[in-house]
Design a binder for this molecule. Structure first.
Ligand SMILES: NC(=O)c1ccc[n+]([C@@H]2O[C@H](COP(=O)([O-])OP(=O)(O)OC[C@H]3O[C@@H](n4cnc5c(N)ncnc54)[C@H](O)[C@@H]3O)[C@@H](O)[C@H]2O)c1
Length: 347
């Protein structure tokens, strides 16, 4: 007799359980583990299905789907970006995601990804910084002190050994919030009153601002020789953070060029502007930083493989823990052909 499969029950990780899982593992360890998973997945780049994410744009924001597969597992994330939300007491970015078994097509995991996106974005920045920043970098300027910022600071501490962060936001209350949250977590934190003050002595600059517009968070004269920039807030058509002159003189590294050319800082440049794919640096196929004086730019927009890395990490780590529940998500009659009979008998 045919039996309903245990696969009909899908592991579900709520926001509450995600927070418990992160604390169970430790925030820094969690981010460092995600950085390791991202590095592993970028190293097998050729095995993944790749497509620019599918965005549905409105005047106030974007809702996107981000799918990928390595042939064994399939993952996708639903994510939005609404810069005006913060002023209405809502998150700019929210997300959830699914991991599935390619062989059966059955989902394995449904999880919150708002927190997980912040953690994986920070881990991605740390991977880029580790490969591209000048050796021995100790200080990062963090411009934009919203929801992503503390995660960004902790990631470069955990993965790259950054010990000092210099914070700046248009809104001093955001900077004060970020400094308060970082208190006691082992970083020297300086609150700054201008972007110029924030970048003083910083070998790494990370921008994570939110505006549905072409912003100029950094101008060319602000960026000195040898600096590494992570520009992660410019991640949509018409939404950038850096003056074009910085982009023009930087050695640019990207996740997936077809997506970054639409969404990243390089949307300001001609379609054939040279970029280096980060996975090639990670695998040693291409050089990263070429000299101590070079300005390197990670034009990070967030790519589906990073979410895949995070999804498979969560799927792996929840096993044998109380940090998930089984969801009755998949209709799975004993006789696979008797879907109607299952419905009829349920009356
Ligand atoms: N690349 C990625 O993978 C990725 C992932 C997640 C989020 N993001 C992007 O990162 C950005 C930040 O996300 P968030 O969730 O922290 O948003 P948020 O709304 O919580 O915070 C953004 C902060 O930027 C500040 N800001 C706006 N303009 C500024 C300016 N000119 N100078 C200094 N500060 C300024 C705001 O005051 C706010 O505190 C968003 O644009 C988001 O879309 C990118």
């Amino acid at each position: 007799m045919l039996k309903a499969s245990s696969r009909a029950l899908v592991a579900f990780v709520s926001v509450d359980n995600m927070m418990r899982l992160v604390h169970h593992i430790g925030i820094a360890t969690f981010i460092a583990d995600l950085a390791r998973n991202i590095t592993e997945d970028f190293a097998k780049w050729d095995q993944f299905d790749k497509t620019p994410r599918v965005g549905s744009h409105s005047d106030v924001g974007v809702i996107e789907l981000m799918p990928t597969s390595d042939g064994v597992l399939y993952g996708f994330k639903y994510v939005n970006g609404h810069p005006k939300n913060m002023g209405e007491g809502l998150q700019t970015v929210t997300a959830f995601g699914v991991l599935s078994d390619v062989y059966s097509g059955y989902p394995l995991l449904l999880t919150e990804m708002t927190l997980l996106t912040a953690l994986r974005t920070a881990a991605m920045t740390a991977v880029a910084t580790k490969h591209l920043a000048a050796p021995g970098a100790t200080t990062m300027a963090m411009i934009g002190n919203g929801a992503q910022s503390e995660f960004q600071c902790l990631a470069v501490k955990a993965v790259c050994g950054i010990s000092h962060v210099r914070l700046y936001d248009l809104d001093p209350a955001a900077t004060a919030k970020c400094a308060r949250n970082l208190d006691g977590l082992g970083l020297h934190v300086t609150q700054c009153a201008s972007p110029e003050e924030a970048i003083e002595g910083a070998q790494v600059i990370t921008t994570a601002t939110a505006d549905k517009d072409m912003q100029t968070i950094l101008t060319d004269n602000m960026v000195g020789a040898g600096v590494h920039i992570n520009a992660i807030g410019g991640d949509c058509p018409g939404k950038t953070e850096l003056h074009r002159d910085i982009v023009a003189r930087a050695h640019i590294f990207v996740e997936y060029p077809p997506q970054t050319r639409i969404e990243g800082e390089i949307q300001q440049m001609p379609a054939d502007h040279p970029v280096t794919e980060l996975w090639q640096v990670i695998t040693g196929q291409t050089q990263g930083r070429r000299s101590a004086a070079e300005v390197t730019l990670f034009d990070g927009v967030g790519f589906a493989i990073e979410d895949f890395s995070a999804l498979r990490y969560v799927d792996d780590r929840i096993k044998d823990t109380p940090y998930y529940v089984d969801l009755d998500l998949i209709a799975d009659p004993d006789d696979p052909r008797d879907l109607f009979g299952m419905l009829k008998r349920a009356r």
